[in-house]
Write a protein that binds this ligand. Sequence first.
Ligand SMILES: NC(=[NH2+])NCCC[C@H](N)C(=O)O
Length: 282
Amino acid sequence: MAEPTKAIFLLMPEWQGSASSRAMLITDGAAHLREDLPPAARFDVAVPQQAGDALGTPVARLSSVVAARDAARETLRSAEDPAITLGGDCASTLAGLDRAAERDPGVAVLWFDAHPDLQHPSTSPSGAASGMALRHALGLGIADLNGAHPIDPSRVLLVGAREVDAEEAQAIDELGIRSLAATSEGPAEAVRDWLTEIGATSVYVHIDLDVLDPAEFAAVHAPVPFGLAVSDLAGAVRAAVATAPLAGAAICEFAPATAEIASDDSPTVLRLLAALVSGGSR
Ligand SMILES: NC(=[NH2+])NCCC[C@H](N)C(=O)O
């Protein structure tokens, strides 16, 4: 039997990085998830309440996104166990991902998302920091949001991206970022093979819930058809953490429109959490 991974949970109800007019549903979603997290391992990140200011940049609500990231960083400073950030938009991944890269330069990043989040602020169609999250993790955005420990693009695998802006397609090409289509058979095996091929010494798992097929998961702002089945996503995550130890993770964009949708879909989030800490058999 595999040893479960001991992890801490960072509840980070950040919505300011989202472009949706219904972004505040993320706050409701976070409140819902909070109840299911073990209190002893749960840390509430002090996300500003106010929308914040772009600070003269093209990034909407940048001041609040930066303040939230810094608050998460502070929480992580003394943490030993891998951290799983949840309850926020995709930019909520930044502090945990940077922490994982600081601790292990050999970390590999699995980016499960309907979008590659590789927009640069200067070309972003929305100004949403969430759509620029991976670019900043690579250290290729603006100084306010760039990671202090940039990930090498060769250590990133995009899984399930199917709504890709032209600038993002160009970046994927130029940076040589590998990707796996949502429709590909057996994502677990492909993920395992890739981690082995690049010699990953740990793995950071970013999950935007919109990577899932809308037929199986409704609690996102803007569902994108033809996504991953829940069982395929959970299986790929289990395969990943069985191949390399979990360095950290984020589960983002849980935005249930109603209490009923929240109740229907939160078990899926818990299933993904279980997969993240499943440890695998090493
Ligand atoms: N993490 C997300 N929800 N990303 C959506 C991004 C959509 C688009 N590429 C943008 O930058 O606005």
